[in-house]
Design a protein around this ligand. Structure first.
Ligand code: SF4
Ligand code: SF4
Length: 193
């Protein structure tokens, strides 16, 4: 089991899923449809998996007719992160979602379904059963980042108190590592936490 599986996936409380089917009914992808098709043709497994189950809606309006709340929630979240571009935007539905909201492909569903929501920062539909738990996990991420920032301040003070170049070099290396960990969360606003 890798760290991601151990620290996140295996801890997800699956019983929180309400089996509402919203995350199968209206979804989007981080790449435009044309790019996804290109990626799938070049053998990208993630793109192949996605297009094996998801079918594009003809337009955003068609997706809105199915569930405007989910569409607007996705657009709002992407806009907040500066990632919303209507021209590149396609919404999809899963061909396997059944009328009773259950999966018609459960045993063979791809990894992207098995891992959903795959991170505390994943966009989930309004009223998804995981919302509260994801909020707590995001707070844990923020606390970790704040601790790293405190460590950076302490290291700065330590550096001012020493003249030993080898110690300064070691401190610089640790600072670099901490800063790169903080920067990993920059897209979620870590500079303001
Ligand atoms: S939207 Fe959330 S609660 Fe609903 S089926 Fe998907 S994961 Fe479960
Ligand atoms: S394959 Fe099943 S779990 Fe995955 S999106 Fe489709 S209906 Fe949902």
């Amino acid at each position: 089991m890798n760290l991601y599986e151990e620290n996140y996936l295996s801890k997800r409380p699956q019983h929180l899923c309400k089996m509402c089917g919203k995350c199968c009914r209206v979804v989007t992808a981080p790449h435009p449809y044309s790019k996804l098709k290109e990626m799938a043709d070049s053998g990208d497994e993630g793109a192949k998996d996605f297009l094996s189950i998801f079918v594009p809606y003809d337009s955003i309006e068609k997706a809105r007719e199915v569930d405007s709340e989910i569409v607007d929630n996705i657009i709002r979240r992407l806009s907040e992160d500066g990632k919303y571009n209507e021209d590149d935007m396609t919404f999809y539905y899963c061909r396997y979602l059944q009328g009773n909201n259950l999966c018609g492909n459960y045993e063979n569903r791809p990894i992207l379904c098995r891992y959903f929501p795959s991170s505390p920062w994943a966009i989930v539909p309004p009223d998804c059963g995981f919302e509260g738990w994801l909020f707590l996990k995001r707070e844990e991420d923020k606390q970790r980042i704040r601790r790293m920032k405190e460590e950076l301040l302490e290291l700065e003070l330590l550096k001012k108190r020493t003249k030993d170049p080898s110690i300064i070099q070691k401190i610089n290396a640790v600072e670099k590592k901490l800063q790169s960990n903080i920067d990993l969360f920059k897209k979620y606003g870590s500079q303001h936490w």
